[in-house]
Design a protein around this ligand. Structure first.
Ligand SMILES: O=C(O)CCC(=O)C(=O)O
Ligand SMILES: [Fe+2]
Length: 319
């Protein structure tokens, strides 16, 4: 296979017969865990507005971006400068820069009051970009809606009730990420984004038309991911592989540095509620067999993965 399957999500959204979509999702999730979706409901104007806000943010001077450095956040929200995240340890730090906007939870949110990690206020580039927050919140809402529809499709695909996953996504660990990949200066061998698998349940990715995203093909080599305008790429994170006892796969992917132009992309990462227990879905375990993994809280799992890749968290562990 040298391209990703394209799945139209409309039947999941408009009350049509969802079973053909569920079958297509099942095939894609079993095979590569990467697919392209259309009919997802994210308006192209909103996507363009979010892209524009991302580009404007990254164009700010470094010291202004560092005002919301992720190291100041209690909940993994804020600016990640270039070379501060290492996705493929063999290649070293990524050249991309990122802005992570987590769900904004105030001091009276029960999980914030309880001191639960990954819960707290988002860091906004407020004073610098007054429209940013409303665009990002609308964009996030649209992505969570797509995630909910996709999880209904996956529930059907896995032989569960359509709403089986709903109770695990009441207050999810979700993050809107904006990425800027500058063209690499001559002689700089840092990867754009090193090869990695994602950590959570689903990632919904909007990429521009510069190219560079590649997915590891099953038989070796890399598939260049090309998407129709306005389509989203969906990929499964390791948590889904774990949850489905490896019936579904999360596949390594990487981003090559662009040549001559910046590449911008917007992945939206979703994982279940912090305290949702991720244990093998019964329809994914052979009768009498032991699941591959023991149960784990979604939040604990996410924390372990962030710790391994982000410099600011590695520094906290040392000090
Ligand atoms: O920039 C992209 O297209 C992909 C980024 C990615 O894989 C990630 O942030 O996990
Ligand atoms: Fe990724």
């Amino acid at each position: 296979m040298d391209s990703l399957p394209i799945i139209d999500l409309r039947p999941l959204r408009d009350g049509g017969d969802p079973h053909a979509v569920a079958d297509a999702l099942d095939a894609a999730c079993t095979d590569l865990g990467f697919f392209v979706v259309t009919g997802h409901g994210l308006a192209s104007e909103l996507r363009a507005a979010m892209m524009e806000q991302a580009q404007r943010f990254f164009a700010l001077p470094a010291d202004e971006k560092m005002q919301i450095w992720i190291g100041k956040s209690s909940c993994h929200s804020g600016y990640v400068p270039p070379k501060a995240e290492t996705l493929d340890a063999a290649l070293g730090a990524d050249s991309k820069e990122a802005l992570d906007i987590t769900i904004d939870r105030g001091p009276d949110h029960p999980e914030v009051m309880a001191g639960t990690p990954l819960h707290g206020p988002a860091q906004w580039p407020d004073s610098l970009m007054p429209e940013f927050k409303s665009v990002a919140e609308e964009y996030s809402k649209a992505c969570l809606d797509i995630n909910a529809h996709l999880m209904c499709g996956l529930a059907l695909a896995l032989g569960l009730e359509v709403d089986a996953f709903e109770p695990m996504f009441t207050d999810p660990i979700a993050s809107l990420r904006m990425l800027n990949y500058p063209p690499a200066p001559a002689g700089d061998l840092a990867p754009g984004a090193g090869a990695h698998t994602d950590y959570g349940s689903l990632t919904l990715l909007a990429q521009d038309d510069i190219g560079g995203l590649q997915v590891a093909a099953r038989g070796g080599g890399w598939i260049d991911v090309v998407t129709p305008p306005d389509a989203l790429i969906v990929n499964l994170g390791d948590m889904i592989a774990r949850w489905t006892n490896h019936r579904y796969v999360s596949t390594r992917h990487r981003v090559l540095n662009p040549v001559g132009a910046h590449r911008y992309s917007i992945p939206y990462f979703v994982a279940p509620d912090f305290h949702a227990v991720i244990e093998a879905i019964p329809t994914c375990v052979e009768p009498g067999a032991e699941p591959i993994y023991p149960p784990i809280e979604a939040g604990e799992y996410m924390l372990s993965r962030f710790d391994a890749t982000h410099d600011y968290l590695k520094e906290k562990q040392v000090s």
